[in-house]
Design a protein around this ligand. Sequence first.
Ligand SMILES: [Zn+2]
Length: 64
Amino acid sequence: MTDYTVEVPDGRERGIRIACDEHGESAEFQPGYRSVAFHCEGCGVELEVDLHDLREWRDLGEIC
Ligand SMILES: [Zn+2]
């Protein structure tokens, strides 16, 4: 089984980093993407990750 690492750094620069632990492949995505696709040659799979900014949800709640 292959493990994937998904990192979302804290702070304003909310980019995302996805890495395949088994093959050492990794990709970094700039902030602002709703969903990102990471492709690992070794696995031959594409991993799609959806990002939901929880702070945005909180703002919506305060409006209501
Ligand atoms: Zn892989």
